[in-house]
Design a protein around this ligand. Structure first.
Ligand code: ADP
Ligand code: ASP
Ligand code: MG
Length: 408
């Protein structure tokens, strides 16, 4: 029998009706002859509400206890889903991350999956049950409960699809698929039929919240096709898969914005071998995720390094930067908080020129200043002021005519 993995996000299980609708979809897939594994997120805005509650109690709650708290959200929805399926006459069982042997490292709030022992899932599937797994959670080697980062139920789903040998993983959400940008910010954005893993990986890492980036890594590595679709309709959504030749004809596939960033500038470091290594060794020791590192030098033998981090790491990063300031006796350390990043992504950039010129020109025409620029083979990102982020998104989306079907 083939295994189908179906993931339902928070809005798709926000109330009893929606849980019932998701349950019916899973039962249909089971009746069509598949082994069905569901991965379910916490209901509606539960995770946000639990975080807000914790903040009322403590300004800096221990990360272990945050994980203990947040994983309760998914436990509510998996048990209700199992009840809904059982009530409809189909056997189902709900399981936590620990119960399916989803082992992670010990980094609370952003743990990474190390292994999954699929024996329990296979046993339950073998007994004819629909298996409902709590998204976004696991346990570390010592049995402590961990979470995989906000939005990471997608990653649980793709990891399970990979380990169970599923060919496809369905991601049910509140939009009809992957759009050329966030439709909540740009109503003119357009649903795309197909997008490559590499483009989606970049878009997700650069702020397109529709998918968790590590989920795409699993899909790409284990050849699992991802189908992002609406839980409210039967319409076909977006297929995320390997790159096909025609994709190169599309220069920019999507635009994303990230607003929860802070930028550090370490000025006047010695321009010598080992300095950057030492700076980022300090940062890495504290499990802080860094992106957009830029180093420049001057003619007095000094180097300046700037980098961005997400807000979740800001407090920890301030302490680390203070250590670095003392170590190198720096006279210039700046933290700009918040900053935003606007990015255009497309595999076609590899073979087309003039993309940067077009993007910078459009931002300039809209009086949007660029504070830093980073690029890769398939993306261009600009750090800008956060109050201009939404406008920048619309401007860049517009200049690449992403509201129009390609070729029209
Ligand atoms: P779920 O709870 O189902 O995981 P999310 O809120 O995590 O849902 O993701 C869906 C949301 O992602 C959409 O409502 C949309 O506003 C946002 N989004 C951001 N970028 C995009 C994009 N490029 N395409 C589609 N949706 C996007
Ligand atoms: N409930 C978690 C969150 O809101 C995980 C998820 O929905 O993917 O981040
Ligand atoms: Mg999500």
């Amino acid at each position: 029998m083939s295994v189908v993995v179906m993931k339902f996000g928070g809005t798709s299980v926000a109330d009893a009706d929606r849980i019932g609708r998701a349950a019916r979809r899973a039962i249909c897939a089971k009746q069509a002859g598949n082994d069905v594994v569901m991965v379910v997120s916490a209901m509606g805005k539960t995770t946000d509400k639990l975080i807000a509650l914790a903040k009322e109690i403590s300004a800096d709650p221990p990360r272990r206890e945050m994980d203990m708290l947040l994983t309760t959200g998914e436990q509510v929805s998996i048990s209700l889903m199992a009840m809904a399926i059982n009530a409809a006459g189909q056997e189902a069982i709900s399981l936590t991350g620990g119960q399916i042997g989803l082992i992670t490292d010990a980094v609370h709030s952003k743990a990474r999956i190390q292994k999954i022992d699929a024996a329990r899932i296979r046993q339950e599937l073998g007994a004819g049950r629909i298996v409902i797994v709590a998204g976004f959670q696991g346990i570390d080697e010592s049995g402590e409960i961990t979470t995989l980062g906000r939005g990471a139920s997608d990653t649980t789903a793709l990891a399970l699809a990979a380990v169970l040998g599923a060919k496809e993983c369905e991601i049910y959400t509140d939009v009809e698929g992957v759009y050329t940008t966030d439709p909540r910010i740009e109503p003119k954005s357009r649903k795309v039929e197909m997008i490559s893993y590499d483009e989606m990986l970049e878009l997700a890492s650069l702020g397109a919240g529709v998918m968790h980036s590590r989920a795409i890594e699993f899909g790409k590595k284990y050849n699992v096709m991802i189908h992002v679709r609406s839980s409210f309709t039967d319409a076909v959504g977006t297929i995320i898969t390997h790159e096909v030749k025609q994709m190169e004809n599309i220069v920019v596939a999507g635009v994303a914005v990230k607003k929860d960033l802070a930028q550090f500038l370490l000025g006047h470091l010695p321009n010598q071998p080992g300095v950057a290594a030492s700076v980022f060794a300090h940062v890495a020791e504290h499990n802080i995720v860094v992106d957009d590192i830029i180093q420049t030098f001057d003619d007095k033998g000094r180097a300046n390094i700037s980098f961005t981090v997400e807000h979740g790491d800001l407090a920890a990063c301030r302490l680390v930067v203070d250590e670095i300031r003392r170590k190198f006796d720096l006279d210039e350390v700046i933290c700009k908080d918040p900053v935003a990043k606007i990015s255009a992504v497309g595999v076609g950039m590899r073979s087309h020129t003039g993309v940067a010129k077009k993007m910078f020109g459009a931002l300039a025409a809209a009086q949007i200043n660029i504070n830093a620029i980073t690029t890769s083979e398939i993306k261009i990102s600009c750090i800008i002021e956060p109050e201009q982020a939404d406008a920048a998104l619309r401007v860049v989306h517009g200049v690449f005519e992403l509201d129009q079907e390609p070729g029209k």
